[in-house]
Design a protein around this ligand. Structure first.
Ligand code: AMP
Length: 425
């Protein structure tokens, strides 16, 4: 019996993982410079948390949650990170200690979707939240930070799409407007949209079905229904983006798949990486009502989540340098003991070191040293030990020197610290 990973869930092997680390490090650097601190929350949360925050009528809650019953408790693998962050913010009464909180997170999320390119059942998100700041300046600041992160990663075609959904009352009213607009042509809508007309008509704006799109295009835009305070927020957000020079497109049909958004909504799209309709690399928005909904104070909030797999697909494949280790190849028992000690002293000095413990032929160990991209190979056999030396080969320059055993760790780490030599001709 051979086992395979579960459908829609992927292994990430070391060669690929180097690119992940590059991306994750760029993300961490970016958010930490902007004052966000990392949080880690459990992968499992009470199911009710997601029903309450993500929204009962969303695809996520209706059909994409991995839920398990454990001794009568219903637990769900987190499908996104914002609900957990808001839950932790309330649970630990963070609001009582500081007026504004900036948190970020990185980790796997789980949604039982139909797998395709850029859409998986376990996928990774990097996200951040700001609690306690109602001002549009932080909306603009967040969008600009992400725009620059994308461009810095080489995703130069990234498009910033923004919208405002107004506060909760506006959304309620707009739902009715949309329902009234679409009802007369209900029969022409796709099956899914006909169902959504009842429970969540805003999602029809997101439909990919051509006839749905036509019908929706004629609907009055949500921006026409903003109240004065929402409009002031929207205008200030755009002024902020203009001041920062962030190019953006205002798209009144942008809705996104989560129910909790209020006012600012944004998404980053790219056609690099051949993602087709999966072209959203990330997005977010305000959710000024969620903290109170989860039993906390009326704290405003805004956040985003980026999909790491999609960003990696959109980034140009880079030739991330593999580390070039020092490779130690001993033959024989005595040599292996010397090699163990040398490997440990080199690592103590910060030198990446491979130890080949197979005890096979020198030739096959050297072949492996080359395929590992080693800078130096240290050959240890009885002959060398009798002379009190190790043989050190520079694998790029094809040169060879003897190094006294007693000073080997020091000399080798000095050699490793030098720039690699040009190959000898
Ligand atoms: P959301 O949490 O739905 O706002 O999604 C934020 C980002 O996460 C999206 O723009 C995608 O880049 C990524 N994402 C969402 N769902 C998936 C999935 N099933 N597979 C891969 N990436 C996803």
């Amino acid at each position: 019996m051979q086992y395979r990973a579960a459908k829609g869930m992927n292994d990430i092997l070391p060669d690929e993982l180097r690119r992940w680390r590059t991306l994750e490090e760029a993300f961490r650097r970016t958010v930490e410079l902007a004052g966000y601190a990392e949080i880690r929350t459990p992968l499992l949360e009470p199911t009710e948390l997601f029903v309450r925050s993500v929204g009962e009528s969303t695809d996520i809650v209706q059909k994409e949650m991995f839920t398990l019953l454990h001794h009568g408790d219903s637990l769900t693998l987190r499908p996104e990170g914002t609900a957990s962050a808001a839950r932790a913010y309330v649970e630990h009464t963070v609001f009582a200690r500081e007026p504004v909180t900036r948190w970020y997170y990185l980790g796997p999320m789980f949604r039982a979707e139909r797998p395709q390119r850029g859409r998986y059942r376990q996928f990774y998100q990097a996200g951040a939240e700001i609690f306690g700041d109602p001002g549009p300046a932080c909306d603009a600041e967040m969008i600009d930070m992400l725009y620059r992160l994308f461009v810095g990663l080489g995703i130069t075609d990234v498009e910033v799409v923004v919208n405002s959904l107004g506060s909760a009352g506006v959304r309620e009213r707009y739902r009715e407007v949309l329902r009234e607009h679409l009802e007369p042509n209900k029969g022409e809508l796709s099956e899914a949209s006909q169902r959504r007309l009842g429970d969540n008509p805003l999602r029809i704006l997101d439909s990919k079905a051509p006839r749905d799109q036509e019908l929706v295009r004629e609907a009055p835009p949500i921006l026409d229904f903003l109240d004065d305070a929402d409009r002031a927020h929207w205008d200030a957000l755009r002024a902020g983006l203009d001041a920062l020079g962030v190019p953006y497109r205002a798209e009144p049909r942008l809705v996104r798949g989560l129910d909790y958004y209020t006012r600012t909504l944004f998404e980053f799209q790219s056609s690099q990486g051949g993602l087709g309709s999966q072209n959203a690399l990330g997005g977010g928005g305000r959710y000024d009502g969620m903290v109170a909904d989860l039993g906390g104070p009326a704290a405003p909030a805004i956040g985003f989540a980026l999909g790491l797999e999609r960003i990696l697909l959109a980034m140009n494949p880079s030739d991330d340098a593999k580390p070039s280790p020092c490779f130690i190849a001993p033959i024989g028992e005595r040599a292996t003991l010397e090699a163990l000690v040398l490997a440990r002293s080199l690592r103590d000095r910060g030198v990446p070191t491979d130890l080949d413990g197979r005890g096979t032929s020198m030739k096959s160990m050297l072949r492996r040293a080359n395929s590992r991209g080693a800078r130096l190979a240290v050959l240890i056999g009885d002959q060398e030990l009798d002379r009190g030396v190790f043989k050190v080969k520079d694998l790029a320059a094809h040169t060879e020197i003897d190094v006294p055993c007693a000073a080997a760790a020091e000399q080798i780490s000095e050699l490793m610290a030098r720039a690699p030599l040009e190959p000898a001709h």
